[in-house]
Design a protein. Structure first.
Length: 176
């Protein structure tokens, strides 16, 4: 049993070459696929990366699966993700189908409790997310949770000099 645990099925040099080749292959494929793969991930991107790890695992560790087979699987996954992303970019209904829409969590001074509950988020988690962005609930008009998992906060408009002058005139009228 110990022999099976520590004995390499392939010579270490072969494993090292396989691992380096898979790493290089994935690096090239992801670079060619574009920055979208490396930026903030959508659900589809996460699924592709998880499947990529499974596909190339066999190319790295197994006798049964060839290195070209693993890289071919990686190529097919990345190409498929690219095609879906391109279709979603060009066809709004596909984007809606694949990605969904944002969920309003705060509107017009009110926390949308049902939407928070639907997203399994507490009010404190919403407040914490806003604080990471340097804002408080009182600073925003609306907060949406985007399909990618990011918070989109629309700040309240800041008063300009005309607003300040009008407020000053109102104060002077009350005093005088």
């Amino acid at each position: 049993m110990t022999h099976d645990l520590i004995h390499l099925c392939l010579p270490w040099r072969d494993k090292a070459v396989r691992t380096l080749a898979v790493h290089l292959g994935l690096t090239v494929l992801l670079r060619v696929a574009g920055k979208r793969q490396l930026a903030q991930m959508t659900t589809l991107d996460l699924i592709v990366l998880l499947l990529l790890s499974n596909v190339v695992q066999n190319a790295i560790i197994g006798n049964e699966t060839s290195l070209p087979g693993g890289l071919l699987g990686a190529l097919v996954l990345i190409a498929g993700n690219y095609v879906l992303a391109r279709l979603a970019y060009r066809q709004g209904w596909i984007a809606w189908l694949l990605k969904g829409t944002g969920t309003p969590l705060y509107e017009n001074g009110h926390v949308q409790e049902k939407n928070l509950e639907h997203e399994l988020m507490t009010r404190q988690e919403l407040v914490s997310a806003l604080r990471r962005e340097g804002m408080e609930l009182d600073d925003v008009e609306r907060v949406d949770l985007e399909p990618e998992g990011t918070f989109n906060a629309q700040p309240k408009p800041k008063p300009d000099i005309e607003d300040v002058m009008a407020a000053l005139r109102r104060i002077e009228e009350r005093l005088g």
